[in-house]
Ligand binder design. Structure first.
Ligand code: SF4
Length: 351
């Protein structure tokens, strides 16, 4: 009996924190042109067949049965029997070096509540196929309470509202979309392949279909030249969208990406940590949303007194508008701290 199944590498931190089951329906990114992104640059995009994905789901179900785990209801944390794991491993030593098996154990021991559909733009699958896979996943694991995926704005905008509703009704709850900036010129320069209008149309359609929407933006992406436009136009677009979540992913140049070489040649001068916080202040001041603003990634590195992070890194973040004054106070505190002890970004953020 083979227990092999396939998983991809990336998932949003909020899905890592909840130890989501990873279900890979495509490999890598069908766009792969964004100049700041190094996630899949050396990889080719491909689709997986419905049969392959269902076979993976069946394999995870078999592992659960072997471990005598009830997949009908979410379990309590820690609900896994070490002896059964040891027996399964002794019969199938290959499982011991399978990253997928480790992921399944983590998923079981954290309660089997969530799943993440991989890789970078799962909704590019034909709607019927995706609906079929989602329904199969939900039927196989009634314990799962939330299923999420990454989605590109242009792909979302191309699907009809009825297609998106069908995908939502089949069991996909939340979409994670990379907005990066609301400024048209910046979106063109980073080759995002989606205009502010595309983002607005995609977001409205996704929310009309009933999805929870999680939008990611990149403080610092405009650099010294375009920081103001980046701040103002990003806030303006987010105000129109008013997504459920707005997640900060500060820009830093990843070696090997086109934008890294632009920075290295001096074509894209970066903001200092204090300037990034000043830009962040402009963005947050202009936000008029009922979203949760989240800094749930280590890239939000700014520190305040005693080396504490300026922002909490929780997945639910700061609820607006209630927490807006508090968030602005935190930003001011971070700026004051940078004035007292000016510093560069941490060593792991630079080459
Ligand atoms: S769409 Fe996402 S994964 Fe693909 S290149 Fe752009 S940022 Fe990277």
């Amino acid at each position: 009996m083979s227990y092999s199944f396939e998983t991809g590498i990336y998932r949003p931190p909020s899905e890592g924190g909840s130890s989501s089951l990873l279900v890979r329906v495509t490999r890598n990114c069908p766009w792969n042109l964004c100049t700041f992104c190094g996630m899949y640059k050396a990889e080719k995009f491909s689709r997986r067949s419905t049969a392959e994905v269902k076979a993976d789901i069946d394999t995870v179900a078999i592992i659960c049965r072997e471990l005598e785990v009830d997949t009908d209801i979410p379990s309590q944390r820690g609900g896994i029997d070490r002896d059964r794991v040891a027996t399964l491993l002794s019969k199938n030593p290959d499982l011991g070096v399978s990253p997928g098996f480790g992921m399944v154990l983590e998923w079981i021991s954290s309660g089997m509540k969530t799943a993440f559909i991989q890789d970078a733009n799962s909704i590019i699958l034909d709607t019927e196929e995706l609906v079929d896979i989602l329904a199969y996943l939900r039927k196989t694991f009634p314990c799962i309470q939330r299923v999420t995926s990454y989605a590109r704005a242009r792909t979302l905008a191309r699907k009809s509202l009825s297609e998106l509703k069908a995908i939502k009704n089949a069991g996909l709850d939340r979409l994670h979309v990379g907005l990066e900036s609301g400024d048209e010129a910046i979106l063109e320069r980073i080759k995002k392949g989606a205009s502010p209008e595309d983002h607005l149309e995609a977001s409205r359609k996704a929310m009309d279909a009933g999805f929870q929407l999680s939008q990611y933006w990149m403080p610092g992406l405009g650099g010294k030249k375009f920081w103001k436009e980046h701040a103002i136009n990003t806030a303006a677009l987010l105000n129109k969208i008013n997504p459920h979540y707005i997640r900060s992913r500060p820009f830093f140049p990843h070696p090997g990406t086109p934008l890294f070489y632009d920075v290295e040649k001096g074509h894209w001068p970066l903001l200092s940590p204090k300037e990034q916080l000043l830009e962040l202040k402009e963005t947050v001041k202009a936000l008029d949303v009922t979203s949760k603003i989240c800094f749930d990634h280590a890239g939000n590195y700014w520190c305040g007194p005693k080396g504490r992070p300026v922002f909490k890194h929780t997945y639910e973040g700061y609820q607006f508008p209630e927490k807006k004054p508090h968030l602005l106070e935190l930003i001011e505190e971070g700026i004051r701290f940078q004035e007292l002890t000016p510093s560069g970004p941490p060593i792991w953020l630079v080459r």
